[in-house]
Design a binder for this molecule. Structure first.
Ligand code: NDP
Length: 286
């Protein structure tokens, strides 16, 4: 079997078109949806991610502000800046790019963002709402994966889903969304004994470890759907995921590529979350 390739670029483009229509409708009512993106330090990957996010906003007609601060920015100054943005009525979403420099407490930073503007969905209130099945914001990457499964008509209800990776930003919220959609979910981490035993039982395997080739074709059930969240660079400078694509595509029924899979969807869902935040403000003002 050679897997069908799930095209994240095409689906993300469709979602962004819909966001642009919703942004135009809101603008006609006097509200231009606005996103503030803050980056601290000069991590090259973070710089690329924030530039892509801001460019995507501009293309969809969203107001966006990119604030870039030096590595030496104090925690106090960052928290003050967030509080100012919390009170800014032109800004509906606030995103602080992670990772932050070691002297800044990322948890405190996330908790300082107003939950109603937390378009990344990382605030503890939003994590709690997601856990109880009443999400306000769904974290962008897992939200994008759910949209891909939906668009590809991949049955989730009753499916066995194995998530490899248990971070707060990908693995855990991914598990919550799949479980809410009716999947039976296992979350694996670096201490999991016999990872292949778990993945071989899965109808859907989501891999988000940050380690190339964590999962390969021999670890999959024939016909499984494989979602590769990973973004890594090979020694030659090429992008690769956390799945050994060549062996996995021979066993899976559908698979996301890297690049061109989950990555574009993450940005598209950030725009969706920002639009939703602005629409809530508009509805509250009626
Ligand atoms: P983290 O480093 O925060 O978490 C990695 C998780 O993977 C941990 O739970 C860790 O286990 C687990 N893990 C590591 N090695 C193994 C292994 N061999 N077997 C099983 N589990 C393992 O990473 P993130 O969740 O932030 O990111 C994961 C990947 O996704 C990265 O490549 C990142 O670049 C990418 N990413 C991509 C996005 C996109 O838009 N496509 C968005 C966000 C992230 P333990 O808990 O035991 O340490």
């Amino acid at each position: 079997m050679t897997a069908r390739i799930i095209d994240g670029v095409a689906l993300a483009a469709k979602i962004r078109e819909d966001v642009a229509l919703r942004a135009a409708a809101l603008s006609a009512k006097g509200i231009q949806p606005g996103l503030a993106v803050i980056v601290v330090g000069s991590d090259p990957a973070s710089q690329v991610y924030v530039r892509n996010k801001v460019a995507a906003c501009q293309k969809a007609g969203l107001h966006s502000v990119l604030e870039s601060y030096p590595e030496t920015m104090t925690q106090e100054a960052l928290l003050d800046r967030i509080k100012t943005l919390n009170a800014d009525s032109k800004i509906h979403g606030i995103l602080v790019q992670l990772p932050l420099p070691a002297h800044i407490d990322a948890h405190l930073v996330i908790e300082t963002i107003a939950a109603a503007k937390d378009v990344d969905g990382f605030h503890i209130s939003n994590a709690g709402l997601l856990m109880t099945g009443k999400p306000l914001f769904r974290p962008c990457t897992p939200y994008g994966v759910m949209k891909m499964l939906e668009a590809e008509k991949i049955p989730v209800r009753g499916a066995v889903a194995v998530i490899v990776g248990a971070s707060n930003i990908v693995g855990k919220p991914m598990a919550m969304l799949l479980q809410s959609a009716g999947a039976t979910v296992t979350i694996c981490n670096s201490k999991t004994r016999d990872l292949a035993w778990h993945t071989r039982h899965a109808d859907i395997v989501v891999v988000a470890t940050g380690k190339p080739r964590t999962v390969n074709g021999s670890m999959l059930k024939p016909g499984a759907v494989v979602i590769d969240v990973g973004i890594n660079r090979t020694p030659e400078g090429k992008l690769c995921g956390d799945v050994d694509f060549e062996s996995a595509r021979e066993v899976a029924s559908a698979i996301t590529p890297v690049p061109g899979g989950v990555g574009p969807m993450t940005i598209a869902m950030l725009l969706v979350n920002t639009i939703e935040a602005a629409e809530r403000v508009q509805q509250a003002s009626i």
